[in-house]
Design a protein around this ligand. Sequence first.
Ligand SMILES: C[S@@+](CC[C@H](N)C(=O)[O-])C[C@H]1O[C@@H](n2cnc3c(N)ncnc32)[C@H](O)[C@@H]1O
Length: 320
Amino acid sequence: MKIFVPPIKSQGIKTKLAGWIHSNVEGLEYERWVEPFMGTGVVAFNIRPQKALLCDSNPHLIRFYTALKNKEIDSLMVREYLREEGKKLLSSEGQYYYDVRSRFNETGSPLDFLFLSRSCFNGMMRFNKKGGYNVPFCKKPNRFAQALVTKITNQVENISQIIDAGDYTFKNQDFKETLSEMGENDLVYSDPPYIGRHVDYFDSWSEEEEILLKNGLTDAKAKFILSTWLSNKYRTNDYIFSVWKDCSISTKEHFYHVGGKETNRNAVYEALLSNVKLKDSIPNKEMKRRIKSSESQLTTQTVTYKTPEQLTLALEPKTP
Ligand SMILES: C[S@@+](CC[C@H](N)C(=O)[O-])C[C@H]1O[C@@H](n2cnc3c(N)ncnc32)[C@H](O)[C@@H]1O
């Protein structure tokens, strides 16, 4: 399957899992695809549903895709902009990055957002306590050389065409708002931040939110799929066997590189949890049994997990 890569980058981007997610949802019937946490949109843009509601609490992502949809920006404009701004970046030996960053933090321009996303350190997306973009420069003054400008221009063109071909709505809102708009004919793909992994202005996640998400998805009576991690070298994700214990589960081993070195490969098992049977899913209980009996290749460390009762207790306000 050809994967369409979006022009915006972020640390949680699911480019490498989009094909797997696509094959798992093939054959499921639904009228509208909903993402409460669209991020870069790579999953929706590769599923290519006819109708979609794509939301995120980060206003910059939504502004960027809304601008593409409304033709306020297009691929030709992006090419011109990156060529011109790229020249200034080169002639300033990289200092110009920080001018664009200050400008973006004042105006929120979608083109500046793209510039920063593609020339910051490691394609990170991070905002400080005041909501200001604070990732440093990648230290490559010639970042926007001809080849990269062409690549980004093509990515913008491809994603614009995908948006044009469907009936897509982008909304800047909290997931609870999105959950309240869902109905039984929706298929909801949920990719929330991982608990405790990464905390910034638009992107943090707590146990309470994990439970609210599960309850909201269940109440909406829609089909849903949740992306999360199952296990890495060190630990297993307890929430799968407590909060999500009544879901079916499909897993995939995924490697990521530490420090960009081919030899430093770490494996993480990614999971899709769902209230319907996915193409290669098994019952949650069966997965737990396999892990406990070391039949699977997942970590053999003892799985400690909280029961839903323990989680609920943890959420109750402490008496003074
Ligand atoms: C793991 S990322 C999603 C990645 C996406 N699937 C992709 O491939 O690019 C999680 C997203 O959730 C958004 N987010 C965090 N807290 C949120 C909330 N309370 N409501 C809605 N979106 C939220 C973040 O801004 C981030 O874009």
